[in-house]
Design a protein around this ligand. Structure first.
Ligand SMILES: Nc1ncnc2c1ncn2[C@@H]1O[C@H](COP(=O)(O)OP(=O)(O)OP(=O)(O)O)[C@@H](O)[C@H]1O
Length: 272
């Protein structure tokens, strides 16, 4: 990816150069070079344990690299106050989902992202925030659930609530960790369609979505980072990088990729 100058960095939402993450003697990531530009929508695809969540946590400024450099929204990790950086990033993570109290009202789960982040006076902004949270819930198909307790929602409804929350602060970077995991077929298809709408919205932030399955790639996503064993197998434009060969290399199996319209499917070669 070459050396990037200061001016070029301003246009990059994420820039990683020769990044490694180590825990003891284990290398979670090594030699990762990756950049995300303002108008790009990236999918990170790879097998269990490939390093996808570790990459996302670096981009979320939740983790520092052990080696190499990571810039997020023009700021270098290690040289920036992450508490100032994180509010500019929307991160719908599985960890966040687990931390939300079961008795919290859906609308409050979404709206409170704004309070926590901006530390503004509730009285002044309450109605504006409520209107925005309601609009986000409606756009994600949970507009009828805003008064429900979070703990009473289905898995799919919870995922959408967390995505709505991550958009509440109007982030410059949106990170989605396995948004379709655990959903039934209908739930997955509905979420894929909504994420596709978001991806095609020119006002939406630069987005990075982590998944294990090519079937979950929403149309409108533009780029793909294929990872395996803590390293990058291939990266670039989705339609160039998503091939049977690259997929087989990333998953260590002889896989056959099929494209049907703007969706992808994969199976082991020779299987019926
Ligand atoms: N603190 C740690 N110490 C040692 N190994 C770790 C630590 N955290 C993560 N790992 C290992 O690093 C590897 C990458 O983890 P990561 O969660 O990034 O993978 P992933 O691609 O998101 O996996 P999955 O798809 O299963 O969620 C895994 O093998 C994991 O067991």
């Amino acid at each position: 990816m070459g050396t990037v100058t200061g001016d070029e960095l301003d246009d990059l939402v994420v820039h990683m150069s020769d990044v490694g993450v180590r825990r003891g003697t284990t290398h979670l990531l090594s030699g990762v070079d990756w950049s995300v530009e303002l108008d790009e929508r990236w999918v990170i695809l790879g097998a269990n344990g490939a390093g996808k969540t570790t990459l996302l946590r670096l981009a979320a400024a939740e983790l520092h690299p052990s080696s190499g450099t990571v810039h997020v929204l023009g700021e270098r990790l290690g040289r920036v106050d992450v508490f100032e950086l994180r509010p500019r990033i929307g991160f719908a993570s599985a960890a966040l989902l687990q931390r939300i109290p079961a008795e919290e009202k859906v609308l409050d789960v979404v709206v409170s992202a704004g309070y926590a982040v901006l530390g503004r006076w509730r009285e002044d902004y309450e109605s504006l925030d409520t209107a925005r949270a309601t609009e986000l819930c409606e756009s994600l198909g949970i507009g009828h659930l805003t008064e429900r307790m979070f703990g009473t929602l289905s898995e799919g409804e919870r995922k959408r609530t967390v995505i709505a929350r991550s958009l509440m602060t109007d982030p410059e970077l949106l990170l989605l960790d396995e948004p379709a995991a655990g959903l039934d077929l209908g739930g997955r298809e509905d979420l894929v369609a909504r994420l596709s709408e978001l991806a095609r919205d020119p006002d939406a932030p630069a987005t990075v979505l982590v998944t294990h399955h090519v079937e979950e790639i929403p149309p409108g996503f533009t780029h793909l980072l294929l990872v395996s064993g803590g390293g990058v197998v291939a990266h670039g434009l989705l339609e160039d990088v998503l091939t049977s060969e690259n997929l087989s290399a990333a998953f260590g199996q002889d896989l056959e990729l099929e494209r049907l319209g703007d969706r992808y499917f994969a199976r082991r070669r020779g299987s019926r």
